[in-house]
Design a protein around this ligand. Structure first.
Ligand code: BG6
Length: 471
């Protein structure tokens, strides 16, 4: 690519506490909602009993191996690492009077390690987990009390880490409660629409309060939101399909609209009325929501289609996020449709809509890796995927979109969020562990490791133009 990404562009990778750390009850940590989902975000919930198996209890043991892993990220040239704090390490039950010092001390060490290499941390306050106690005793985010608990947690970590952490995100994929209420909000899966939207409202208020606290406590920090960028195209040019796609995109853009503009959009008021949902919104809530985010962020893996035709809608049932397949796109081994051009489209859409800087905080290909006879992993499929997506980020920057950075998902193999598999690998770094928990946990550089290193060192110039069937 003849284009060079700006010098200020942050290059790196993204991980989440519950998918890498392990040590799920070490040093006073409480159980989190993730700890009772041994089959992943969409799998059954279990009651923990001594000796049971949850791959996340050890995960990839980042809890102990972070110095080695951060050194490898540095070797690739990372200027940024997105990671999350496990809320239940800091407040084991969520509503404790005092924070757990050992939990704070652990993240002190991680941030010091990053600082040593000059790697900028981008920290998510809540990535697909909350203290289990809050889900069991408060019905998760359905309770207004949780807003206060979250704000207290946010203030504690801003105070403690504010001198070293200047980039924050509130909730990972805040729109996920629409598809998975327990993972997103600690709600029972069969909750009513009323409960679901009330919980979402509480989360949006909590997010705004965290933004305010961040602005007060760390005036030179930037704090953003984070959405699952689930773009839908109309399946055909039939106006009803076009309208359907717009409506379905509103379902998730709603979150960004509230977080970036500071109030509920009119289309959502109509939708809630149609659903028969009446949200309790206080005058104080309305005031709180006015504190808007500094930047927008999202995860991007796939796109889908929307159709007003009931037959097409039926066919999509059971698909990930119930999207209708796009006949022009290939898919990954897990059925996720691969669409690099869609990333440029989405970046432009969000820029047009919000005129705020944008950070691509997740993107990547989950694939099964095989070692060749020499014990090497030649993951050209991953290189192709990342090359084409990053190329489109470069195109979007040239379109004028202000892109702050790109953190690919799972720069080191980690436990899959949706399926709790180790075999669904995203990394540049291989981790020797299988789905049953066997393996030495040893780390190994894949071919993509050296490729990403070159891309970063060349500020994107090493990216090659993807070949599409149409351009
Ligand atoms: C995002 C999540 O939805 O997708 C991550 O924020 C997750 O936590 C990633 O790991 C990829 O999904 P999966 O299910 O392949 O791990």
């Amino acid at each position: 690519m003849s284009f060079r990404f700006p010098d200020s562009f942050l290059w790196g990778g993204a991980i989440a506490a519950n998918q890498v750390e392990g040590s799920h009850v070490a040093d006073g940590k409480g159980l989190s909602t993730s700890d009772v989902q041994p089959k992943g975000a969409f799998g059954e919930l279990v009651k923990r009993v001594p000796g049971d198996f949850n791959i996340k209890d050890i995960a990839i043991d980042f809890y102990h191996r972070y110095p080695e892993d951060i050194a490898l990220f540095n070797e690739m040239g990372f200027s940024c690492l997105r990671l999350s704090i496990a809320w239940s390490r800091i407040f084991p039950n969520g509503n404790d009077a005092q924070p757990n010092e050992a939990g704070l001390a652990y993240y002190d060490k991680v941030f010091d390690e990053l600082k040593q290499y000059g790697i900028t941390p981008l920290v998510t306050l809540s990535h697909y987990e909350m203290p289990l106690h809050l889900a069991e005793h408060y019905q998760g985010w359905a309770s207004r009390d949780v807003i206060g608990f979250f704000e207290k947690y946010a203030r504690v970590v801003f105070e403690r880490f504010g001198s070293r952490v200047k980039h924050w995100l509130t909730f990972n994929e805040i729109n996920v409660t629409l598809d998975e209420p327990f993972t997103g909000s600690g709600l029972p899966r069969d909750c009513s629409e009323q409960t679901r939207y009330q919980a979402i409202h509480h989360q949006l208020v909590a997010s705004a309060k965290a933004v305010k606290a961040c602005h007060e406590i760390i005036p030179d920090a930037q704090i953003g939101n984070m959405m699952l960028g689930a773009v839908l195209y109309p399946l055909t040019s039939h106006p009803a399909d076009v309208l359907k796609a717009q409506r379905q995109n509103h379902d998730w853009l709603f979150f960004g609209d509230v977080q970036a503009r500071g109030y509920y959009p009119s289309y959502m008021k109509r939708k809630l009325a149609q659903l028969g949902v009446t949200i309790d919104i206080t005058a104080e809530d309305e005031q709180a929501l006015k504190e808007t985010v500094d930047f927008i962020s999202f995860s991007y893996y796939m796109t889908g289609c929307a159709s007003a035709d009931p037959k097409e809608q039926q066919k999509a049932k059971g698909n990930m996020l119930e999207m209708i397949a796009n006949p022009y796109l290939d898919k990954s081994e897990w059925g996720w449709q691969i669409d690099p051009i869609g990333l440029r489209y989405l970046l432009n859409l969000l820029w047009d809509r919000y005129q705020k800087p944008i950070f691509v905080v997740e993107n990547g290909l989950g694939a099964k890796d095989q070692m060749n006879a020499q014990g090497e992993i030649e993951d050209d499929y991953r290189i192709d995927y990342l090359n084409s997506h990053l190329y489109e980020v470069g195109e979007a920057i040239q379109d004028g979109v202000e892109v702050m950075g790109y953190t690919s998902w799972g720069p080191i193999d980690l436990v899959s969020a949706s399926t709790a598999q180790m075999s669904k690998r995203y990394g540049f770094i291989y981790v020797d562990r299988d789905d049953e928990g066997h393996g030495s946990l040893e780390r190994k550089r894949k071919k993509s490791f050296f490729w990403y290193q070159k891309v970063i060192a060349s500020k994107g110039e090493a990216l090659t133009k993807p070949i599409y069937t149409r351009s």
